[in-house]
Design a protein. Structure first.
Length: 176
């Protein structure tokens, strides 16, 4: 059974924050292998702490163990919610963690009276990455539609030298 919650700062320990940060970084290093020149840190304990304080993090548990997370936020148009940094512990894959987290993120967006949900997906420009191919099919299957694709360097010019290959960001939307 997967349980998702927006943790309260007082119930989330510094050890929890550190473990979650490590989980996210490990998952991203695997899911984006070959796309970066070296293993990157997708997040930091400080960022996780900030997300918790702002109530912009949903955490998944299985038997009281943290097994996944997703960050949520409001877009400037105030009609769109966005999720990102979606991760499921590799040792617990296939249990529905990702689906539970997406459902929780969409419920969060609906509670904010948003009419749609947004996500960004980084993909290699000239080759297929198995994780990204899986995600594209999965997002499409659960109702997300690609809207626009832009070269990575237009969105994040300060990080272009960290890439090992040319990449694009595709923005996906789903009407809620």
């Amino acid at each position: 059974m997967i349980e998702t919650i927006i943790p309260k700062k007082e119930s989330f320990t510094n050890d929890d924050i550190l473990k979650l940060s490590e989980l996210i970084n490990n998952v991203y290093n695997d899911a984006e292998s070959g796309m970066w020149k070296m293993n990157i840190s997708r997040t930091t304990p400080e960022e996780i702490n900030n997300l918790i304080q702002k109530k912009n993090l949903i955490v998944a548990y299985s038997n009281n163990k943290i097994v996944g997370a997703v960050a949520v936020q409001s877009m400037p148009d105030k009609k769109t919610g966005e999720f990102g940094m979606l991760v499921a512990d590799q040792a617990y894959r296939g249990l529905g963690i990702g689906s539970a987290l997406i459902d929780a993120a969409e419920s969060w967006a609906k509670s904010q009276n948003f009419s749609r949900m947004r996500l960004e997906l980084l993909t290699p420009k000239n080759w297929e990455h198995p994780s990204k191919t899986f995600l594209k099919k999965w997002y499409n299957r659960i109702g997300y539609v690609p809207n626009k694709t832009e070269p990575f360097e237009l969105m994040y010019p300060d990080k272009i030298n960290e890439l090992a290959t040319q990449c694009d960001f595709t923005v996906w939307y789903k009407t809620l």
